[in-house]
Design a protein around this ligand. Structure first.
Ligand SMILES: Cc1cc2nc3c(=O)[nH]c(=O)nc-3n(C[C@H](O)[C@H](O)[C@H](O)COP(=O)(O)OP(=O)(O)OC[C@H]3O[C@@H](n4cnc5c(N)ncnc54)[C@H](O)[C@@H]3O)c2cc1C
Length: 560
């Protein structure tokens, strides 16, 4: 009954999925399944830029040190080395493919300072870097003839005999559930910001890849490390890029003070994101924010010409969504969920504990960002490791046996039944309500500052929502374009991730990077210089640990 089959199947058409496909297409039959058209993937929204030590004064070692220190020493140093050594070549590759990078007067690729970096090493295309990179990478995938299943939603990974056999997917336009057999599967499904109510992420960032992996018995790593970006636009939570501070923007409290001098006297506004986000939240909590809970990001002194040239998107967003023109007025900002440092457990080749399953990009945890990602390192991760994981999956597929078609058929039947049961349930719980409750719980109780009692409460609420989810129903039962069904399947994934994030955050009794416990206000290397692994065993989430790969940079106190 299986009618679709590929050597390598990639789930996700953002930068990491596309870059992997380009690596594979010349030697293997590869296809990408994606729930939205490639160019609507969240990579398109990246603003500020991509890091690479391009100039003679900079070096990969300096980039690696900044990344490891930024990670609060939790990043695996061997992975960081691969990231930073390969950075200049992927930037140049994309430039040759046509990415319109901003330029210096003498024609070189322009670089701006970013948080936690010793050197201005963030290459950018105005404030629309992701848009540029995604378009050029997509063009290359098209040129090379990569096959796409656009608007197909992957619902499960098929596993048998301890290896991957393929996936089941919902064709959104028809409502059909279809099995796709594959020797190798690459998860490239992006982040899970929408587990939180307030996030800079696209609505599609629901962490499906992590949910799929978890249910296939693959552990998730370091899920408690959630990045809160210091400057989400007050009200809409749209991102105001770190590039705005890189270009010289100031953060001011309601007394007009540049408060960062109290928190990071050297780096000021360009301290890493975890530190700036906590500083802003502290100002707000201690009454030095503005009414309604926010601070100001002031760009006025940069002047109209610089704002129009370097930050045109930011100006447009501020005018359209906050009624504020940054040429004349400061922008109201507040810390907002932004990035998922954790993800599917894998090594620097994207290899997961399940044979034939690979992971790359924001959905993966290799771990290159440790407890706190530096801005500009994520676009870099997608391209550097997209190519490496693509190569690795090709090599695996070249020697792998054909997948077991029966296993894929059985999984497809089971998925059809599961979906049918949801569609036929006429009077159950409404997914939208459950989703909102999950979002506010995570915002309120598993945020920038974490209190164990509140997190225990959050865990109970999440469990209760999961129980209610068992009886979920959706307002329409049609097969075609049933987005209510897609949102419901996403919610199932998000609830599992909400649980994993909270359970990990309760377990980790220390402060490290983005994870701040008010009852344990210090880093504790003796107990917690370790990755957290969360595995679903017989329906229960179990936590275990994995050693951190240390290396040339000695673990030290982190000051800026
Ligand atoms: C507003 C914003 C600005 C950012 N700016 C920067 C920046 O300046 N610099 C930087 O380094 N990083 C930045 N980041 C982070 C960076 O953009 C992302 O981490 C990165 O682009 C993720 O790429 P990806 O390929 O892993 O996933 P994505 O680009 O998110 O793509 C995920 C893909 O998976 C598919 N998918 C998901 N679930 C399923 C499913 N169930 N079935 C089928 N397909 C599925 C989607 O359709 C999509 O194609 C920013 C992030 C945001 C939100």
């Amino acid at each position: 009954m299986v009618n679709l089959k590929h050597d390598v199947l990639i789930i996700g058409a953002g930068l990491s999925g596309l870059r992997a496909a380009i690596e594979i297409v010349d030697t293997h039959d590869v296809a990408i399944v994606t729930k939205v058209h490639s160019l609507r993937s969240h990579s398109v929204a990246a603003q500020g830029g991509i890091n690479a030590a391009m100039s003679a004064e900079d070096s990969w070692e300096s980039h690696a040190f900044d990344t490891v220190k930024g990670s609060d020493y939790l990043a695996d140093q061997d992975v960081v080395e691969v990231l930073t050594k390969n950075a200049p070549s992927v930037v140049i590759e994309n430039e040759l493919w046509g990415t319109a990078f901003s330029r210096t007067e003498d024609g070189k690729i322009a670089q701006r300072p970013f948080g936690g970096a010793a050197y201005p090493r963030t290459c950018y295309a105005s404030d629309r870097t992701g848009h540029n990179l995604l378009h050029t990478t997509f063009e290359q995938a098209m040129r090379k003839g990569v096959k796409f299943y656009d608007e197909w939603f992957v619902t499960s990974l098929v596993r048998a005999e301890d290896r991957i056999m393929g996936v089941t997917a919902l064709e959104i336009a028809t409502g059909k559930v279809i099995g796709i057999a594959a020797k190798a599967v690459i998860l490239a499904t992006g982040g899970f910001g929408r587990v939180y109510g307030r996030s800079t992420n696209a609505l599609i960032n629901t962490g499906d890849g992590c949910g799929l992996a978890l249910r296939a018995g693959v552990p998730l790593k370091d899920m408690e490390f959630i990045q809160f970006h210091p400057t989400g636009l007050k009200g809409s939570n749209i991102l105001i890029t770190e590039g705005a501070r890189g270009e010289g923007g100031h953060l001011l409290n309601s007394k007009g003070e540049r408060f960062m001098k109290e928190y990071a006297p050297e780096k000021m506004e360009l301290a890493p994101r975890d530190i700036v986000a906590r500083a802003i939240q502290t100002e707000i909590n201690e009454g030095r924010g503005f009414d309604g809970g926010y601070v100001h990001l002031d760009l006025i002194h940069l002047g109209a010409a610089k704002i129009k040239e370097r930050l045109p998107g930011i100006r447009e967003i501020s005018i359209d969504f906050a009624g504020v023109d940054p040429i004349e007025e400061p922008i109201p900002v507040v810390p907002t969920q932004h990035y998922s440092m954790g993800g599917v457990d894998c090594d620097k080749n994207g290899t997961t504990p399940l044979k034939g399953l690979f992971a790359v990009g924001e959905t993966a945890c290799m771990s290159v960002h440790g407890a706190n990602r530096l801005g500009g390192n994520s676009l870099l991760e997608t391209l550097v490791f997209g190519s490496i994981v693509g190569k690795n999956a090709s090599e695996y597929a070249a020697n792998a046996e054909d997948p077991d078609a029966n296993a894929v058929d059985n999984a497809t039947f089971a998925m059809r039944e599961k979906i049918q049961a949801i569609l036929m349930n006429e009077s159950g719980e409404l997914g939208a309500e459950l989703r909102e409750l999950m979002g506010t719980t995570m915002d309120d109780d598993v945020g920038v500052f974490r209190d164990p009692e509140r997190m225990e409460g959050a865990l109970k609420v999440i469990k209760m929502i999961q129980e209610r989810f068992e009886n979920v129903s959706i307002p329409r039962s049609d097969d075609r374009f049933n987005y209510a069904l897609v949102r419901t399947l996403e919610l199932e994934n998000m609830l599992q991730l909400a649980y994993a994030i909270t359970a990990g955050a309760i377990w980790r009794e220390e402060c490290r990077g983005a994870h701040w416990r008010i009852d344990h206000p210090k880093r504790n290397d003796d107990r917690f210089l370790k990755h957290t692994l969360t595995t679903l065993i017989d329906g229960e989430m179990k936590i275990s640990t994995q050693d951190v790969n240390l290396g040339q940079f000695e673990v030290k106190e982190r000051t800026y």
